[in-house]
Design a protein around this ligand. Structure first.
Ligand code: SF4
Length: 212
């Protein structure tokens, strides 16, 4: 696929999903880090229903440090894996307080060093909290669509991200994750993708191979 075609695909998706943005609600980078942690194995919708009460009780890392872990577990129970997530939130808050003067750091390296924050989460935070995209967060939608379109044959998210970074121009890095998530939810679903109504079908390897 040529660079021109890749840009055309992204531009078509930008027209199809003009409001593409992070679907987690947050007021500051620290809240986004908490919301991203809670979103593991959970829908953004459920996280957004859980965080208003949580953030009304805890606004800063020291608030989370001071909260009993049993109380924190109860507050985040709807998001699943509440024990692991509560442990990570407490540990992350302690490190932010001690090492980063109570402020969430704004580099990939520092974010990845925090408990419960992997490369995907760090990419989301760098883009959506700090507006400094460093890579592309590869979630289940980005993985599936990248494989189907033909952007990457890899199955490992980090290898897919490497492939994407080789072909996606820098000024489009900020768009790919949000656009692919919306396209994956609306049309390019895991089961029975609606290829007939897909605006990028003429570029897609999956469709061409299936001759739909
Ligand atoms: S043509 Fe089908 S498989 Fe390809 S991106 Fe569109 S919906 Fe997904």
């Amino acid at each position: 696929m040529t660079k021109k075609q890749i840009i055309e695909i992204i531009e078509i998706l930008k027209k199809a999903y003009p409001d593409a943005k992070c679907s987690l609600n947050f007021n500051n980078p620290f809240e986004l880090a908490i919301a991203v942690m809670l979103s593991a194995q959970c829908t953004d919708e459920r996280v957004n229903k859980t965080t208003p009460l949580l953030f009304s009780r805890c606004k800063t890392p020291s608030d989370f440090i001071n909260m009993e872990i049993s109380e924190l577990e109860k507050l985040i129970l709807p998001c699943g894996f509440h024990k692991t997530k509560a442990k990570h939130i407490k540990e992350m808050s302690a490190i932010i307080e001690e090492k980063f003067n109570g402020k969430l750091p704004d580099t990939m390296e520092e974010l990845i060093s925090l408990p419960g924050i992997g490369r995907k989460s760090a990419n989301v935070i760098m883009l959506d909290a700090f507006n400094k995209p460093q890579g592309i967060a590869v979630d289940t939608h980005v993985k599936r669509i990248s494989n189907r379109i033909g952007f990457s044959k890899e199955t490992n998210p980090e290898k897919i991200e490497k492939d994407l970074l080789k072909i996606i121009p820098n000024n489009y890095l900020k768009d790919v994750n949000h656009l692919f998530i919306l396209h994956g939810r609306a049309i390019c679903k895991s089961q029975n993708p609606d290829c007939t109504n897909c605006p990028i079908k003429s570029y897609c390897k999956y469709k061409l191979n299936k001759k739909i």
